[in-house]
Design a protein around this ligand. Structure first.
Ligand code: THU
Length: 157
């Protein structure tokens, strides 16, 4: 029997956003891309999140001359949030790439797995908003739509 998994995502633009809180998070995240340490790839990525108390946190990719040591913006940010704000939940994560590309950039596989772990731990969905330099936005309401059929803690029980 053949089966299928499908995902849901939304397409919009910064201009068309009605949610002012989300707009603010996006504006802050875009500005933060200048902090990216990406001398090897020149691919500057920033990520921003909002916690349940309204706190905004941001992070960037941080590269290394030993290339595999580099860390993505999303995981820089999530490690900071999880370790410093263990009692709070994450509601939104914005990902921005400071490069003229035709579409927003989705998180890499390692970052999807990390987002998935955080969402399962906090037991409430994290909206992920991918923003392009031209203002185009793709978003999903949960990490499940970025990483369906994920490996997770339930298999370790
Ligand atoms: N990168 C991120 O920061 N996030 C992603 O989701 C994809 C890739 C970074 C890693 C590396 O510093 C650069 O982009 C090029 O791969």
């Amino acid at each position: 029997m053949k089966k299928q998994l499908s995902i849901q995502y939304e397409e919009t633009t910064i201009e068309d956003l009605a949610d002012q809180n989300l707009k603010d998070l996006i504006v802050e995240t875009i500005a933060f891309a200048q902090n990216a340490y990406a001398p090897y790839s020149n691919f500057k990525v920033s990520a921003g999140l909002r916690l349940t108390d309204g706190t905004i946190l941001k992070g960037t990719n941080v590269e290394n001359a030993s290339y595999p040591v580099s860390i993505c913006a999303e995981r820089t940010l999530l490690a900071h949030a999880v370790s410093n704000y263990p009692a709070l939940k994450i509601t939104d994560v914005v990902v921005y790439v400071d490069k003229d590309l035709p579409t927003p950039v989705p998180p890499c596989g390692l970052c999807r797995q990390t987002l998935s772990e955080v969402e399962q731990r906090q037991q409430s969905p994290i909206r992920i908003i991918m923003v392009a330099k031209n203002g185009d936005i793709l978003s999903v309401e949960s990490t499940v739509d970025l990483l369906p059929w994920s490996f997770n803690a339930s298999y370790l029980a």
